[in-house]
Design a protein around this ligand. Sequence first.
Ligand SMILES: [Zn+2]
Length: 150
Amino acid sequence: MSDNAKPRKKLAIVSCMDTRLVNFLSERLGIGPGDAKVIKNAGNIITDDTLRSLVVAIYLLDVNKIMIVGHTDCGMKSVDIEDIKNKMIERGANPYFTPNLEQWIGKIDSEEDNVIKGTDLIKNHPAIPKDIEVKGYILDIVTGNLKQLC
Ligand SMILES: [Zn+2]
């Protein structure tokens, strides 16, 4: 991979796809273009696909620091699995698709616990080298305050 693909701050950030988090990287963390690899999904959950992107970032793009940034008032805490399931079926999705929809969609119980769990998962994952710095944060969506959790 070209050196241009490598993030200047050797940093990867995993955060939520929440629409309110569009500018927080530049506004709250001073992250500009070229600085960091950013992986977003609903609820900043560490899935196999998140880990795949982190492995590419670490081994090919020289990333040595990972930040997981969750946020207060995350929609994945209040997501209604039955509602999603009903809407999927209404719109023609196969009702037998992904029987464990709760796990697949990734409903979370607590934004903070979700960040701590994700941080532990990365730290203890067999594909992640032990010298990688992994830290978890929660962003208060109202005040903009970023608090380190672990
Ligand atoms: Zn969220």
